[in-house]
Write a protein that binds this ligand. Structure first.
Ligand code: ADP
Length: 397
């Protein structure tokens, strides 16, 4: 069975084609700059060099058509005909409280997702546009939606309720939702497999640290708290997002800098985080390099990030009443030995002992705590696409 996984952004589209019999990726690619000058598709057939084609791609429908052409191409394609494609699985950012699991997409589900646009005005319209385009191009192929928020729907009310007038929850659904759910789900399951323990018995903290970052408490396999909130702006310091701040800063900056609420929102999303503190970059590689050569503000940005991670680890160990494992994933979590070692430093009192040698690992599954560490520390490369493909297959079966 072959399943295409699609992740649509406002001007980009990532895809992977899975052969589900062996769960391996046959081809993957990226369509960039949709509707902008310089649009292109980069397609890679597994085992071959990537092929980049620059061509006008005015909209998502044109993008999807190019993806299909690439998959069917005689030399670098992987499908003889579209009949081989069993289904398409889509990453969708926000399902509000409507879906706690993945679902087959039909008119009713699409209407529900449209209802969620006010909750995710930046992300859901792009996802919906992508799904509509795929349905247009592949009308007879079943489509499945897999939601970033779904895994966190098990959070108890005490963890998702904001202390603002309760009517806003009832009227507008204002609450903590959490994101990166597919990644936290995948990583927590891999942790259980790697440790050879049933997930039901484990208290795990998963640290997804990328451009966007979130930390989740997974108790017995269920998300019980997570650092992102109503939007992906909350939580630990990110590449350009501020993470947790005093909400009173919004009116303060708005007033003193004479900025609209929208402008402050954009400043907190796009000019804050590591970039905002360092003034150097949002990219952790640049921050580490600049901190290494003595740039004070880059060093501070790094410290603010790891201080936040430590506080979440402490908070979630307290929330779960114990801790068995801490896992690091995503671009920074998988690659940065520096961030991992700084984040674990001083947490020995919780039973976390990092092994400096094992911590040198990059982008591969590994236990990086000492043999005697009570709490296991792990690196687990995330694989959200595989979860989407598996869920899609399950719903077809
Ligand atoms: P996204 O949230 O966009 O999916 P990723 O998970 O790809 O992001 O993570 C991107 C981040 O990972 C960037 O800050 C990048 O600098 C960081 N990163 C990638 N490789 C390394 C590395 N070798 N060392 C430190 N940071 C890295």
């Amino acid at each position: 069975m072959k399943i295409l996984v699609i992740n649509c952004g406002s001007s980009s589209l990532k895809y992977q084609l899975f052969d589900m019999d062996k769960e391996h990726v046959l081809a993957k690619g990226l369509v960039e700059r949709i509707g902008i000058d310089g649009s292109r598709i980069k397609h890679t057939k597994t085992g071959m060099d990537a092929i980049t084609t620059e061509t006008p791609i005015p909209d998502h429908k044109a993008g999807i058509k190019l993806v299909i052409d690439s998959l069917l191409d005689k030399s670098h394609g992987v499908l003889a005909s579209l009949d081989e494609l069993s289904a398409v699985g889509h990453r969708v950012v926000h399902a509000g409280e409507k879906f706690a699991t993945s679902v087959k997409l039909d008119d009713k589900v699409m209407a529900a997702l449209k209802d969620c646009i006010p909750l995710a005005p930046l992300h859901n319209p792009a996802n919906i546009m992508g799904i509509d385009a795929v349905i247009d191009v592949l009308p007879r192929i079943p489509q499945v939606g897999v939601f970033d928020t779904a895994f966190h729907q098990t959070m108890p009310k005490v963890a998702f309720t904001y202390a603002i007038p309760y009517g806003y929850y009832e009227k507008y659904g204002v609450r903590r939702y959490g994101f990166h759910g597919t990644s936290h789900y995948y990583v927590s399951r891999r942790v259980a497999d790697m440790l050879g323990s049933p997930i039901e018995k484990l208290k795990i903290i998963t640290c997804h640290l990328g451009n966007g970052s979130s930390i989740t408490a997974v108790d017995g396999g269920r998300s019980v708290d997570t650092s992102m909130g109503f939007t992906p702006l909350a939580g630990v310091t990110m590449g350009t997002r501020c993470g947790d701040i005093d909400p009173a800063l919004v009116p303060f900056i708005s007033k003193t800098e004479n900025l609209s609420i929208g402008e402050v929102d954009s400043l907190l999303n796009k000019k804050s985080g590591l970039l905002g503190i360092s003034g150097v970059s949002s990219d952790m590689r640049d921050i580490e390099e600049a901190a290494g050569r003595g740039d004070e503000r880059s060093r501070l940005a790094l410290q603010v990030l790891v201080y936040g991670i430590k506080k979440y680890i402490g908070a979630y160990a307290a929330a779960m009443g114990g801790l068995d494992a801490v896992a690091f994933t995503a671009g920074v979590g998988e690659n940065s030995a520096t961030v991992r070692s700084m984040a674990c430093e001083g947490l020995e009192f919780l039973g976390m002992e990092l092994d400096g040698e094992k911590n040198k690992v990059r982008s591969e599954e590994a236990v990086i705590s000492t043999d005697s560490s009570k709490v296991k520390i792990l690196v687990v490369p995330t694989n959200e696409e595989l979860v989407i493909a598996r869920d899609t297959k399950r719903l077809l079966d």
